[in-house]
Design a protein. Structure first.
Length: 219
């Protein structure tokens, strides 16, 4: 049985390179790509096409087949490259810590690193046979990552540094057109799209761009 192909992206730098070379510059043959092996190229091209297939056009000529990004006359509702930023892969531990840490902090407003680590083992991992153990270093690294992302907040305290879930960002309805504009204009970009996704806005953008520079999304 062949190994199932994983469409999720672990490192964005590689995807950025392929997307820029083939879907922005375009007109490059498979054999002309010298950065990686042909097998790596095939895997990454297939991975990107799983998200951008409706915008990809190929051309066959006497020298071979080239592919490029093709946007039709009708402007897309959102920059197609935004999809590449929403395809991060996760490990089993990432998924476990994501849900359990947030569950702990929903029930208890403020918890320290030691308290969170004990809760993970006593209330969650203890329910499974041959469950792994997580050191405080592993838990702290995940907490630090989530603080940097704005998911959690570290609270200053004289004796310890407890954590809590950060208050959600409140976006009023009159800011939705602003997000529609700045998600297509640097430096807003994909941040504006993420905020629209957060509030589940189904509104159509009131803006149309004569010169729509989508390529900067990759930077």
């Amino acid at each position: 049985m062949s190994r199932q192909f994983n469409e999720l992206i672990k490192e964005f730098n590689g995807i950025r390179l392929y997307a820029r070379e083939f879907y922005i510059n375009g007109f490059k043959l498979r054999e002309e790509f010298r950065e990686k092996s042909l097998r790596s190229y095939d895997n990454e091209r297939r991975r990107i096409e799983s998200y951008l297939h409706q915008y990809i056009e190929s051309e066959q000529n006497s020298t071979g087949k080239s592919i490029r990004l093709e946007l039709k006359q009708q402007q897309p509702a959102a920059n197609p490259f935004f999809k590449l930023w929403q395809t991060k892969s996760f490990t089993k531990n990432d998924i476990f810590l994501h849900f359990t840490l947030l569950d702990c902090l929903v029930n208890d407003n403020l918890l320290s690193l030691t308290q969170l680590t004990e809760l993970l083992h006593n209330c969650y991992l203890s329910q499974f046979d041959e469950a792994p153990t997580f050191s405080e270093i592993t838990v702290r690294n995940k907490l630090k990552e989530y603080c940097q992302l704005g998911v959690l907040q570290e609270v200053n305290n004289e004796k310890r540094l407890p954590y809590k879930i950060a208050a959600p960002l409140q976006i009023s309805a009159n800011l939705v057109p602003v997000l529609h504009f700045f998600k297509e204009v640097m430096p807003g970009g994909v941040v504006g799209q993420f905020l629209l996704n957060q509030i589940d806005s189904d509104s159509e953008s009131p803006f149309a761009f004569k010169h729509h520079f989508i390529v900067h999304t990759l930077d």
